[in-house]
Structure formats: C-alpha cells, structure tokens
Design a protein around this ligand. Sequence first.
Ligand SMILES: Nc1ncnc2c1ncn2[C@@H]1O[C@H](COP(=O)(O)OP(=O)(O)OP(=O)(O)O)[C@@H](O)[C@H]1O
Ligand SMILES: [Mg+2]
Length: 334
Amino acid sequence: MIHARGLVATFVTGKGKSKREVRAVDGVDLDIAEGEVVGFLGPNGAGKTTTLRMLTTLLRPTAGTATVNGYDVTTESVQVRRSIGYVSQMGATFSQALAGDEVADHGQLYGMSRRDAVRRGKELFAQLQLDGLWDRMPKNMSGGQRRRLDIAMGLIHDPTLVFLDEPTTGLDPQARANLWEHISKLRTERGATVFLTTHYLDEADALSDRIMIIDNGRIVAADTPENLKSQVSGDLVHLEFGAGEPVARAAAQLESLGATEIRVDGVGVRARLRGSAKVVPGLLRELEASGNTIESIEIMRPTLDDVFLTLTGRSLRDAEAAADTEEMSDEISA
Ligand SMILES: Nc1ncnc2c1ncn2[C@@H]1O[C@H](COP(=O)(O)OP(=O)(O)OP(=O)(O)O)[C@@H](O)[C@H]1O
Ligand SMILES: [Mg+2]
C-alpha cells in the first residue's frame, strides 16, 4: 500500500552566513500493507509531518522514492491524491462557508455527487459528534470541534488509505475515545489502511498493528507494540517499606534476581526486572520472612515511552507520561 525507499527531505533555512541545511527526513524506508493501522511516533521535530507531506505529495522528496496505492508520489501525484484521505496537523483552512457545505464541497471535489456528499457528510457529523454544527461557520466552532471537522473533511470520500497527522491533538478525553473507535472501525468495517502520527503513546499502543518510531529524521524502530515493549529490559518494580526498614537488603535481593537500574530512594526501591510476575511473589515472601514490612508494591509494564528511552536515551514528550518519564531518565543517568 505504501512503500518508500531512502526518503530524504532537506530544507535550507536562514540567509547568508546563518544559512544552514535542515535534514528533516534522513533516509526513511517504509512498507505498509493493506488494512494495517500504523502509528508513527516521535518527538517534536522528528520528521513525522515532513514524511507524511512527501507521501501525500504535498512536498517533493529531496531524494528517494515512494509509491502510495501503487502510484509514484512524484510522477503520479494526482492519482496519489485522488486515492487517499489526508488530515493535516494544521487542519484545513476554511473560507466563510458553513461547515456542512465545506465538507460536501470537498466530497464533490473527489467526484461525489452533491447528494452522496451531503448524505455521507451528515453521517460523519453524527459519528464524530458534530450534531447540530452543519450550519455553523468553522471559525465559530471550538478547537476540538474544528479538529473533528478536519477529520470529517479527510474522510468524506471514503478513502481506503488515510493519513492522519495528530488527529486527536486538542480533543477532550471523550472525543478522543470516540475518534479511536472511529479509526478502529475504518479498518474493521471498511478495510481501510491508516497511517497516523501521534504523541500519545497510549493511543499508538491501543490503535496500531505496528508502530514506527522516528527520531532526527531516521526510523529507529518498527515493530508491533508488544515486540517493541519486550525490547525494554523488564518491568519497573517499585517496593516501599515502612520507615527505618533495611531497604538496602531488598535492593541486594533484587540484584541477585538479575534486576537492573536499581535505585534506592528513602523508604523505597525501584528496579527493572524481567519476568517480574514470576519472581516478585518469592521476593516478597523472603523479605517478609526476614522481618521487612512492605507498605506497597507497584509493577509497571514497559510503555512505549520506555522503548523510546531505551532506543534513543531521550524521552518522548508525552504529557501523560511526563511524571514517569522524569523518574526514568533519572534512573538511567544515575
Ligand atoms: N518548511 C520548512 N522549512 C524549514 N524547516 C522545516 C520546514 N518544515 C519542517 N522543518 C523542520 O524539519 C524538522 C522536522 O519537522 P516535522 O514537522 O516533520 O516534525 P514532526 O515530527 O512532525 O514534529 P511535531 O511533533 O512537532 O509535529 C524540524 O526541525 C522542522 O523545524
Ligand atoms: Mg508534525
């Protein structure tokens, strides 16, 4: 469905002496099969949007080749555009038209009849919870409503290949959950192929068959969420004891169990431990037998953020994971 080899995008910024070249995408290869939902993850400036713009023919690659739906992005850009849906990160720019008209016009651009475009548009408005907003001007909508309108525009012609650039940014949790469901249905009910970028790790994890992680313009990992997470060396185990307990003993025992990244802080100890479900019960019994009072135990399965950290030594900027992440980077640097 999508094949790219050695995609490169460079931009020249500044003038005169401050002129320099930004290599936004630096040799990207990718293969996406029909019916796959692929999540494209990476920090700000990693090259996600630039990659998508090349695949959707909005930007000519500096080097490399790509085909989308069997069409070459440089020599058959019209065919590529006709065969895809694209929701850009910025959203579409709107005239003074009413939202519904705008969406229906967009459908007609793709060759739909007015009637079909209106019918499908109204269906999408209902599914994306935009009821009652057909006759509203987009500029008078809330940010989250406009974002959902962008998505309706991108899907109006029922494309079987959809590119979504941060579709859920700015949506409230309920709208986000609703959109997740919609994206899942695109695949299950319409057999669509979806390529979406996101900063939300939980989103990529929940929606994607496969995840590609890009950093500094290069793909650093591409695999199923499960396989990616299994690359991280173990679960994060956090034990807390009553005041004055010999935490060091627990740390030593964890070490003897093969734990890594062991870190003692006050009354607690944290560590990475492979197969924690198997070994933690025994560890707890031993600690209790030797007189320790365990106040709490927490076991966290590796997240995609951990994967990114393992791969790049840096954390993905994910607001929700920010707290965990900070602790993690402390541990790595400790
Ligand atoms: N038109 C341009 N001119 C100059 N530099 C650009 C241009 N477009 C993108 N860049 C640079 O290319 C790099 C990659 O940008 P891109 O928008 O692809 O990142 P991204 O992964 O989508 O980030 P974000 O998560 O912030 O959306 C950045 O350093 C950006 O500043
Ligand atoms: Mg972007």
